[in-house]
Ligand binder design. Structure first.
Ligand code: CU
Length: 160
């Protein structure tokens, strides 16, 4: 995999971001924070990753890749008949402008499938996030146990 096209795309995006006043038409960006992947269960080659995305303008997370896995899917979790089911979001995940969208346990998440080497706490996982409008974002997730769903990071002194 070559990095040159991504680098060029970032430069183009920056160049396109001229100070022209109104927000529309400028290159949008997405901030990614708090990326974490669960350790792979013994004998299994899949696991979930979580992070928080904030898009500057309306956007959509459309695809994710990782060198650590053969495939990364964007999943939603929902209760069906009292069971937690998960399903791929084939159209990606909507990112409304300025809203922090949390991918967290029990909700939306990234699913690593065909994980090549077992992931243990302390490892890192590179993720490349692709968006409908924004330039791709590369994040490094740490491997560990994510905070409980809905937990307020500020109210959990042990979290990070
Ligand atoms: Cu899943």
């Amino acid at each position: 995999m070559t990095r040159a096209p991504i680098f060029a795309a970032v430069l183009l995006a920056l160049a396109a971001c001229s100070p022209s006043g109104s927000g529309s038409g400028t290159a949008p960006t997405v901030q990614a924070a708090g990326a974490i992947c669960r350790p792979t269960p013994v004998g299994r080659q899949m696991t979930g990753c979580y992070l928080t995305l904030t898009a500057a303008a309306d956007d959509r997370l459309t695809a994710v890749e990782s060198p650590a896995a053969n495939l990364v899917q964007i999943h939603e979790s929902r209760m069906e008949g009292g069971m937690m089911m998960m399903r791929e979001l084939r159209d990606g995940l909507a990112l409304p402008a300025g809203q922090a969208v949390a991918l967290e346990p029990g909700g939306n998440h990234l699913m690593l499938l065909g994980v090549k080497e077992p992931l243990v706490a302390g490892d890192t996982v590179a993720l490349t996030l692709t968006f409908a409008s924004s330039a791709p974002v590369e994040v490094t997730a740490t491997v560990g146990q994510p905070a409980a769903p809905g937990a307020d990071a500020d109210a959990a002194p042990g979290a990070h």
